[in-house]
Design a protein around this ligand. Sequence first.
Ligand code: VJV
Ligand code: CA
Ligand code: ZN
Length: 386
Amino acid sequence: NNGIKKPKGYTVSYHANPEMEQMHFGQKHPMKPWRLTLTNKIVMAYGMHDAMDIYIPRAASSQELKDFHSGDYIDFLQRVTPSDNTWDPDSQTYAYNTGDDCPIFDGLYNYCSLYAGASLDAARKLTNHQSDIAINWSGGLHHAKKAEASGFCYINDIVLAILQLLLHHPRVLYIDIDVHHGDGVEQAFWSTDRVMTLSFHKYNRAEFFPGTGALDTTGPLNNASPGAHHSLNVPLHDGIEDAQYIKLFEDIVRPCVRHYKPTAIVLQCGADSLGGDRLGCFNVNIKAHGACVAFVKKFNLPLLVLGGGGYTPRNVAKAWAYETSLCIGAEVHPNLPAHTPFLEHFGNEKTLFPKLDLTRYENKNSRVYLESVVMGIMEQLRYLQG
Ligand code: VJV
Ligand code: CA
Ligand code: ZN
Protein backbone atom coordinates (compact mmCIF):
# COMPACT_ATOMS: atom_id res chain seq x y z
CA ASN A 1 0.00 0.00 0.00
CA ASN A 2 1.53 3.26 -1.12
CA GLY A 3 -1.32 5.35 0.35
CA ILE A 4 -0.94 9.02 1.15
CA LYS A 5 -1.53 10.46 4.63
CA LYS A 6 -4.39 12.85 5.29
CA PRO A 7 -3.29 16.48 5.12
CA LYS A 8 -2.64 18.07 8.50
CA GLY A 9 -5.09 20.72 9.64
CA TYR A 10 -7.64 20.51 6.86
CA THR A 11 -10.00 18.04 5.21
CA VAL A 12 -10.48 17.31 1.51
CA SER A 13 -13.55 15.50 0.22
CA TYR A 14 -13.77 13.82 -3.18
CA HIS A 15 -17.19 13.34 -4.74
CA ALA A 16 -17.34 10.79 -7.55
CA ASN A 17 -20.13 8.54 -8.76
CA PRO A 18 -18.92 5.80 -11.13
CA GLU A 19 -22.46 5.43 -12.51
CA MET A 20 -22.12 8.50 -14.71
CA GLU A 21 -18.78 7.54 -16.23
CA GLN A 22 -20.53 4.99 -18.46
CA MET A 23 -22.68 7.61 -20.18
CA HIS A 24 -22.30 8.28 -23.90
CA PHE A 25 -23.01 11.54 -25.74
CA GLY A 26 -22.77 9.58 -28.99
CA GLN A 27 -20.12 8.56 -31.47
CA LYS A 28 -17.48 11.21 -32.15
CA HIS A 29 -18.99 13.68 -29.67
CA PRO A 30 -16.04 15.42 -27.96
CA MET A 31 -17.47 15.14 -24.41
CA LYS A 32 -16.41 11.79 -22.97
CA PRO A 33 -17.60 11.06 -19.42
CA TRP A 34 -15.14 8.18 -19.52
CA ARG A 35 -12.33 10.70 -18.84
CA LEU A 36 -13.66 10.64 -15.25
CA THR A 37 -12.87 6.93 -15.00
CA LEU A 38 -9.31 7.62 -16.13
CA THR A 39 -9.01 10.43 -13.58
CA ASN A 40 -10.29 8.29 -10.71
CA LYS A 41 -8.01 5.40 -11.68
CA ILE A 42 -4.93 7.60 -11.46
CA VAL A 43 -6.09 9.16 -8.19
CA MET A 44 -6.61 5.70 -6.67
CA ALA A 45 -3.42 4.21 -8.13
CA TYR A 46 -1.42 6.87 -6.26
CA GLY A 47 -3.36 6.05 -3.09
CA MET A 48 -4.73 9.59 -2.87
CA HIS A 49 -8.09 8.22 -1.66
CA ASP A 50 -6.44 7.53 1.70
CA ALA A 51 -5.85 11.26 2.11
CA MET A 52 -9.44 12.33 1.40
CA ASP A 53 -12.99 11.61 2.48
CA ILE A 54 -14.50 9.76 -0.49
CA TYR A 55 -18.21 10.12 -1.15
CA ILE A 56 -20.40 8.47 -3.76
CA PRO A 57 -22.85 11.30 -4.22
CA ARG A 58 -26.59 10.87 -4.60
CA ALA A 59 -28.59 12.19 -7.52
CA ALA A 60 -30.02 15.67 -7.06
CA SER A 61 -33.82 15.71 -6.76
CA SER A 62 -35.88 17.46 -9.44
CA GLN A 63 -36.86 19.97 -6.76
CA GLU A 64 -33.20 20.81 -6.15
CA LEU A 65 -32.59 21.27 -9.88
CA LYS A 66 -35.56 23.67 -9.99
CA ASP A 67 -33.82 25.95 -7.48
CA PHE A 68 -32.19 27.42 -10.59
CA HIS A 69 -33.77 25.80 -13.64
CA SER A 70 -37.32 26.32 -14.84
CA GLY A 71 -39.84 23.62 -13.98
CA ASP A 72 -40.81 22.97 -17.60
CA TYR A 73 -37.16 22.48 -18.63
CA ILE A 74 -36.49 19.99 -15.82
CA ASP A 75 -39.74 18.15 -16.62
CA PHE A 76 -38.58 17.97 -20.24
CA LEU A 77 -35.15 16.55 -19.31
CA GLN A 78 -36.83 14.05 -17.02
CA ARG A 79 -39.19 12.61 -19.62
CA VAL A 80 -37.40 13.05 -22.97
CA THR A 81 -35.91 9.96 -24.67
CA PRO A 82 -33.59 9.65 -27.68
CA SER A 83 -36.47 8.45 -29.87
CA ASP A 84 -38.65 11.52 -29.17
CA ASN A 85 -38.92 14.04 -31.96
CA THR A 86 -38.11 17.32 -30.24
CA TRP A 87 -37.98 19.45 -33.38
CA ASP A 88 -40.12 22.56 -32.99
CA PRO A 89 -41.31 23.70 -36.43
CA ASP A 90 -42.31 27.14 -35.09
CA SER A 91 -38.86 28.10 -33.83
CA GLN A 92 -37.00 25.83 -36.30
CA THR A 93 -34.92 24.45 -33.43
CA TYR A 94 -34.83 21.44 -31.15
CA ALA A 95 -36.51 21.92 -27.80
CA TYR A 96 -34.49 23.72 -25.14
CA ASN A 97 -31.48 24.03 -27.44
CA THR A 98 -30.81 20.29 -27.49
CA GLY A 99 -29.23 18.98 -30.70
CA ASP A 100 -25.68 18.33 -31.90
CA ASP A 101 -23.83 19.98 -29.00
CA CYS A 102 -26.33 18.81 -26.39
CA PRO A 103 -27.74 15.51 -27.66
CA ILE A 104 -30.48 13.56 -25.95
CA PHE A 105 -28.87 10.25 -25.03
CA ASP A 106 -29.94 7.27 -22.94
CA GLY A 107 -29.66 8.05 -19.24
CA LEU A 108 -29.39 11.81 -19.83
CA TYR A 109 -31.50 12.78 -16.82
CA ASN A 110 -29.62 10.37 -14.59
CA TYR A 111 -26.31 11.83 -15.79
CA CYS A 112 -27.50 15.40 -15.11
CA SER A 113 -28.89 14.70 -11.66
CA LEU A 114 -25.73 12.79 -10.70
CA TYR A 115 -23.23 15.52 -11.55
CA ALA A 116 -25.49 18.14 -9.99
CA GLY A 117 -25.97 16.01 -6.88
CA ALA A 118 -22.21 15.69 -6.57
CA SER A 119 -21.67 19.46 -6.70
CA LEU A 120 -24.49 20.03 -4.19
CA ASP A 121 -23.06 17.41 -1.82
CA ALA A 122 -19.62 18.97 -2.20
CA ALA A 123 -20.97 22.47 -1.45
CA ARG A 124 -22.81 21.14 1.60
CA LYS A 125 -19.62 19.56 2.96
CA LEU A 126 -18.12 23.05 2.86
CA THR A 127 -21.08 24.79 4.49
CA ASN A 128 -21.27 22.05 7.19
CA HIS A 129 -17.57 22.58 7.91
CA GLN A 130 -16.97 18.90 7.22
CA SER A 131 -14.55 19.76 4.39
CA ASP A 132 -12.20 22.62 3.66
CA ILE A 133 -11.76 21.61 0.02
CA ALA A 134 -14.41 19.62 -1.85
CA ILE A 135 -13.71 18.16 -5.30
CA ASN A 136 -16.20 17.12 -8.02
CA TRP A 137 -14.48 16.48 -11.35
CA SER A 138 -17.80 15.53 -12.97
CA GLY A 139 -19.19 19.04 -12.42
CA GLY A 140 -18.26 22.47 -13.72
CA LEU A 141 -20.79 22.56 -16.57
CA HIS A 142 -20.84 26.31 -16.88
CA HIS A 143 -22.89 26.96 -20.05
CA ALA A 144 -26.30 25.62 -18.93
CA LYS A 145 -29.02 28.26 -18.67
CA LYS A 146 -32.18 28.49 -16.59
CA ALA A 147 -34.36 26.99 -19.34
CA GLU A 148 -31.85 25.85 -21.96
CA ALA A 149 -29.03 23.42 -22.58
CA SER A 150 -25.85 24.86 -24.12
CA GLY A 151 -22.34 23.73 -25.04
CA PHE A 152 -22.49 20.12 -23.72
CA CYS A 153 -24.10 21.41 -20.47
CA TYR A 154 -27.70 20.68 -19.41
CA ILE A 155 -27.83 21.47 -15.70
CA ASN A 156 -25.71 24.26 -14.27
CA ASP A 157 -24.30 22.47 -11.23
CA ILE A 158 -22.06 25.47 -10.53
CA VAL A 159 -24.99 27.82 -10.10
CA LEU A 160 -26.75 25.27 -7.87
CA ALA A 161 -23.62 24.82 -5.74
CA ILE A 162 -23.07 28.58 -5.41
CA LEU A 163 -26.74 29.04 -4.37
CA GLN A 164 -26.04 26.48 -1.65
CA LEU A 165 -22.91 28.34 -0.54
CA LEU A 166 -24.84 31.64 -0.48
CA LEU A 167 -27.10 30.25 2.26
CA HIS A 168 -24.06 30.49 4.56
CA HIS A 169 -21.62 32.82 2.82
CA PRO A 170 -22.02 36.54 2.14
CA ARG A 171 -19.64 36.56 -0.86
CA VAL A 172 -18.52 33.83 -3.25
CA LEU A 173 -15.76 34.26 -5.82
CA TYR A 174 -16.18 32.08 -8.92
CA ILE A 175 -13.03 31.49 -11.00
CA ASP A 176 -13.20 29.67 -14.35
CA ILE A 177 -10.07 28.48 -16.22
CA ASP A 178 -11.92 26.47 -18.86
CA VAL A 179 -10.89 27.71 -22.34
CA HIS A 180 -14.54 28.72 -22.91
CA HIS A 181 -16.33 31.66 -21.31
CA GLY A 182 -18.35 30.74 -18.19
CA ASP A 183 -21.43 32.44 -19.59
CA GLY A 184 -24.14 30.49 -17.72
CA VAL A 185 -22.68 31.28 -14.29
CA GLU A 186 -22.05 34.92 -15.25
CA GLN A 187 -25.64 35.31 -16.45
CA ALA A 188 -27.15 33.66 -13.36
CA PHE A 189 -25.40 36.06 -10.96
CA TRP A 190 -25.32 39.08 -13.29
CA SER A 191 -27.34 41.37 -11.01
CA THR A 192 -25.92 40.48 -7.61
CA ASP A 193 -22.82 41.59 -5.74
CA ARG A 194 -22.84 38.41 -3.63
CA VAL A 195 -21.05 36.50 -6.37
CA MET A 196 -18.10 37.75 -8.36
CA THR A 197 -17.53 35.76 -11.55
CA LEU A 198 -14.11 35.73 -13.18
CA SER A 199 -13.53 33.76 -16.39
CA PHE A 200 -10.29 33.30 -18.33
CA HIS A 201 -11.03 32.20 -21.90
CA LYS A 202 -10.28 32.33 -25.57
CA TYR A 203 -12.35 35.20 -26.93
CA ASN A 204 -13.37 35.76 -30.51
CA ARG A 205 -16.92 36.99 -30.79
CA ALA A 206 -17.56 35.59 -34.25
CA GLU A 207 -15.55 32.39 -34.19
CA PHE A 208 -15.18 30.86 -30.76
CA PHE A 209 -17.98 29.48 -28.60
CA PRO A 210 -19.96 31.02 -26.90
CA GLY A 211 -18.80 34.39 -28.27
CA THR A 212 -19.37 36.32 -25.02
CA GLY A 213 -16.90 37.42 -22.33
CA ALA A 214 -15.27 40.60 -23.63
CA LEU A 215 -13.07 42.62 -21.26
CA ASP A 216 -15.69 45.39 -21.06
CA THR A 217 -18.49 42.97 -20.10
CA THR A 218 -18.43 43.55 -16.36
CA GLY A 219 -22.04 43.43 -15.15
CA PRO A 220 -25.13 45.61 -15.56
CA LEU A 221 -24.25 49.00 -17.06
CA ASN A 222 -26.47 50.76 -14.54
CA ASN A 223 -24.11 51.57 -11.67
CA ALA A 224 -27.07 51.43 -9.29
CA SER A 225 -27.35 47.67 -9.85
CA PRO A 226 -25.46 45.72 -7.17
CA GLY A 227 -24.09 43.46 -9.91
CA ALA A 228 -22.23 46.29 -11.67
CA HIS A 229 -18.48 45.50 -11.92
CA HIS A 230 -18.97 42.01 -10.41
CA SER A 231 -18.65 40.03 -13.67
CA LEU A 232 -15.03 39.97 -14.78
CA ASN A 233 -13.72 38.62 -18.06
CA VAL A 234 -10.21 37.86 -19.24
CA PRO A 235 -10.37 37.48 -23.03
CA LEU A 236 -7.32 35.75 -24.51
CA HIS A 237 -5.96 34.91 -27.94
CA ASP A 238 -4.63 31.58 -29.23
CA GLY A 239 -1.50 29.96 -27.90
CA ILE A 240 -1.00 31.52 -24.45
CA GLU A 241 1.99 29.90 -22.70
CA ASP A 242 2.72 28.69 -19.17
CA ALA A 243 4.62 31.65 -17.72
CA GLN A 244 2.21 34.17 -19.22
CA TYR A 245 -0.84 32.27 -18.03
CA ILE A 246 0.40 31.81 -14.47
CA LYS A 247 1.47 35.45 -14.13
CA LEU A 248 -1.81 36.68 -15.58
CA PHE A 249 -3.82 34.39 -13.30
CA GLU A 250 -1.97 35.48 -10.18
CA ASP A 251 -1.91 39.17 -11.12
CA ILE A 252 -5.69 39.10 -11.53
CA VAL A 253 -6.89 36.63 -8.86
CA ARG A 254 -4.76 38.22 -6.09
CA PRO A 255 -6.40 41.68 -6.36
CA CYS A 256 -9.85 40.12 -6.85
CA VAL A 257 -9.51 38.37 -3.50
CA ARG A 258 -8.05 41.46 -1.86
CA HIS A 259 -10.78 43.82 -3.09
CA TYR A 260 -13.81 41.53 -3.04
CA LYS A 261 -12.94 39.59 0.16
CA PRO A 262 -14.84 36.41 -0.70
CA THR A 263 -15.69 34.03 2.13
CA ALA A 264 -15.67 31.01 -0.23
CA ILE A 265 -14.19 30.25 -3.65
CA VAL A 266 -15.47 28.02 -6.46
CA LEU A 267 -12.82 27.04 -9.01
CA GLN A 268 -13.86 25.55 -12.36
CA CYS A 269 -10.81 23.69 -13.69
CA GLY A 270 -11.85 23.00 -17.29
CA ALA A 271 -8.90 21.11 -18.81
CA ASP A 272 -9.57 22.24 -22.37
CA SER A 273 -7.22 25.15 -21.60
CA LEU A 274 -4.35 22.62 -21.81
CA GLY A 275 -2.14 22.49 -24.87
CA GLY A 276 -3.10 19.77 -27.31
CA ASP A 277 -6.78 19.81 -26.39
CA ARG A 278 -9.10 18.67 -29.16
CA LEU A 279 -11.26 21.82 -28.88
CA GLY A 280 -8.94 24.25 -27.09
CA CYS A 281 -6.28 26.54 -28.51
CA PHE A 282 -3.97 27.42 -25.59
CA ASN A 283 -0.43 26.14 -24.96
CA VAL A 284 -0.70 25.64 -21.21
CA ASN A 285 1.01 22.59 -19.67
CA ILE A 286 -0.39 20.49 -16.84
CA LYS A 287 2.02 21.98 -14.25
CA ALA A 288 0.92 25.52 -15.13
CA HIS A 289 -2.78 24.57 -15.05
CA GLY A 290 -2.15 23.06 -11.63
CA ALA A 291 -0.29 26.17 -10.49
CA CYS A 292 -3.61 28.03 -10.71
CA VAL A 293 -5.22 25.50 -8.36
CA ALA A 294 -2.26 25.70 -5.96
CA PHE A 295 -2.43 29.50 -5.99
CA VAL A 296 -6.15 29.57 -5.15
CA LYS A 297 -5.66 27.01 -2.39
CA LYS A 298 -3.19 29.35 -0.66
CA PHE A 299 -5.98 31.78 0.28
CA ASN A 300 -7.19 29.16 2.80
CA LEU A 301 -10.85 29.82 2.08
CA PRO A 302 -13.50 27.10 1.76
CA LEU A 303 -12.87 25.86 -1.77
CA LEU A 304 -15.09 23.97 -4.20
CA VAL A 305 -13.03 22.45 -7.02
CA LEU A 306 -14.93 21.44 -10.16
CA GLY A 307 -14.12 19.96 -13.56
CA GLY A 308 -15.53 21.27 -16.83
CA GLY A 309 -14.30 20.91 -20.39
CA GLY A 310 -11.35 18.79 -21.45
CA TYR A 311 -11.37 16.83 -24.72
CA THR A 312 -8.11 14.92 -24.84
CA PRO A 313 -9.07 12.41 -22.13
CA ARG A 314 -5.58 11.16 -21.19
CA ASN A 315 -4.41 14.71 -20.51
CA VAL A 316 -7.60 15.67 -18.67
CA ALA A 317 -7.15 12.70 -16.34
CA LYS A 318 -3.50 13.56 -15.64
CA ALA A 319 -4.29 17.21 -14.97
CA TRP A 320 -7.16 16.50 -12.60
CA ALA A 321 -5.27 13.74 -10.79
CA TYR A 322 -2.31 16.12 -10.36
CA GLU A 323 -4.65 18.86 -9.13
CA THR A 324 -6.17 16.41 -6.65
CA SER A 325 -2.65 15.83 -5.29
CA LEU A 326 -2.16 19.59 -4.97
CA CYS A 327 -5.43 19.87 -3.02
CA ILE A 328 -4.25 17.26 -0.51
CA GLY A 329 -0.77 18.78 -0.47
CA ALA A 330 0.87 15.47 -1.43
CA GLU A 331 3.99 15.22 -3.50
CA VAL A 332 3.42 12.41 -5.95
CA HIS A 333 5.97 10.76 -8.20
CA PRO A 334 5.58 12.06 -11.77
CA ASN A 335 5.58 8.54 -13.19
CA LEU A 336 2.15 6.92 -13.17
CA PRO A 337 2.19 3.91 -10.81
CA ALA A 338 2.87 0.73 -12.77
CA HIS A 339 -0.39 -0.81 -11.51
CA THR A 340 -2.56 2.07 -12.83
CA PRO A 341 -5.51 0.46 -14.66
CA PHE A 342 -5.87 1.34 -18.35
CA LEU A 343 -2.19 2.33 -18.46
CA GLU A 344 -2.32 1.66 -22.21
CA HIS A 345 -4.71 4.63 -22.57
CA PHE A 346 -2.25 7.16 -21.23
CA GLY A 347 -0.14 7.49 -24.33
CA ASN A 348 3.56 6.79 -24.66
CA GLU A 349 4.53 8.96 -21.75
CA LYS A 350 3.45 7.22 -18.56
CA THR A 351 3.93 10.40 -16.57
CA LEU A 352 1.65 13.07 -15.08
CA PHE A 353 3.50 15.71 -17.12
CA PRO A 354 3.61 14.56 -20.75
CA LYS A 355 4.94 16.75 -23.52
CA LEU A 356 1.75 18.24 -24.93
CA ASP A 357 1.35 19.08 -28.60
CA LEU A 358 2.03 22.83 -28.57
CA THR A 359 2.63 23.11 -32.31
CA ARG A 360 -0.95 23.74 -33.43
CA TYR A 361 -1.38 27.31 -32.19
CA GLU A 362 1.09 30.13 -32.45
CA ASN A 363 1.09 32.44 -29.42
CA LYS A 364 -0.91 35.56 -30.33
CA ASN A 365 -0.80 37.09 -26.83
CA SER A 366 1.75 39.89 -26.63
CA ARG A 367 3.09 41.17 -23.33
CA VAL A 368 1.49 44.54 -24.05
CA TYR A 369 -1.88 42.92 -24.70
CA LEU A 370 -1.83 40.95 -21.44
CA GLU A 371 -0.79 44.07 -19.51
CA SER A 372 -3.75 45.92 -20.95
CA VAL A 373 -6.06 43.11 -19.84
CA VAL A 374 -4.72 43.29 -16.26
CA MET A 375 -5.20 47.07 -16.30
CA GLY A 376 -8.78 46.65 -17.50
CA ILE A 377 -9.53 44.29 -14.60
CA MET A 378 -7.87 46.59 -12.06
CA GLU A 379 -10.05 49.43 -13.32
CA GLN A 380 -13.17 47.40 -12.52
CA LEU A 381 -11.90 46.44 -9.07
CA ARG A 382 -11.47 50.11 -8.18
CA TYR A 383 -15.26 50.45 -8.29
CA LEU A 384 -15.70 47.96 -5.44
CA GLN A 385 -16.01 49.51 -2.02
CA GLY A 386 -13.70 48.61 0.85
O1 VJV B 1 -19.36 26.07 -31.54
C1 VJV B 1 -20.37 25.53 -31.15
C2 VJV B 1 -21.72 25.70 -31.86
C3 VJV B 1 -21.89 25.20 -33.16
C4 VJV B 1 -23.20 24.59 -33.57
C5 VJV B 1 -23.20 23.07 -33.28
N1 VJV B 1 -22.08 22.42 -33.99
C6 VJV B 1 -22.06 20.98 -33.68
C7 VJV B 1 -20.78 23.00 -33.60
C8 VJV B 1 -20.76 24.51 -33.89
C9 VJV B 1 -21.86 26.62 -32.96
N2 VJV B 1 -20.37 24.74 -30.06
C10 VJV B 1 -19.17 24.43 -29.34
C11 VJV B 1 -19.55 24.09 -27.91
C12 VJV B 1 -18.36 23.97 -27.01
C13 VJV B 1 -18.78 23.58 -25.62
C14 VJV B 1 -17.66 23.61 -24.61
C15 VJV B 1 -18.11 23.13 -23.26
C16 VJV B 1 -17.16 23.48 -22.11
O2 VJV B 1 -15.90 22.90 -22.32
O3 VJV B 1 -16.96 24.86 -21.99
C17 VJV B 1 -17.73 23.00 -20.76
C18 VJV B 1 -18.00 21.56 -20.65
C19 VJV B 1 -18.47 23.31 -30.00
N3 VJV B 1 -17.15 23.29 -30.25
C20 VJV B 1 -16.90 22.08 -30.84
C21 VJV B 1 -18.10 21.42 -30.94
N4 VJV B 1 -19.05 22.19 -30.41
C22 VJV B 1 -18.31 20.09 -31.49
C23 VJV B 1 -19.51 19.44 -31.24
C24 VJV B 1 -19.75 18.17 -31.75
C25 VJV B 1 -18.76 17.56 -32.54
C26 VJV B 1 -17.56 18.24 -32.80
C27 VJV B 1 -17.34 19.51 -32.27
C28 VJV B 1 -20.95 17.47 -31.52
C29 VJV B 1 -21.11 16.21 -32.06
C30 VJV B 1 -20.09 15.65 -32.82
N5 VJV B 1 -18.93 16.31 -33.06
C31 VJV B 1 -20.25 14.27 -33.40
CA1 CA C 1 -13.21 30.16 -18.73
ZN1 ZN D 1 -14.65 24.46 -22.36
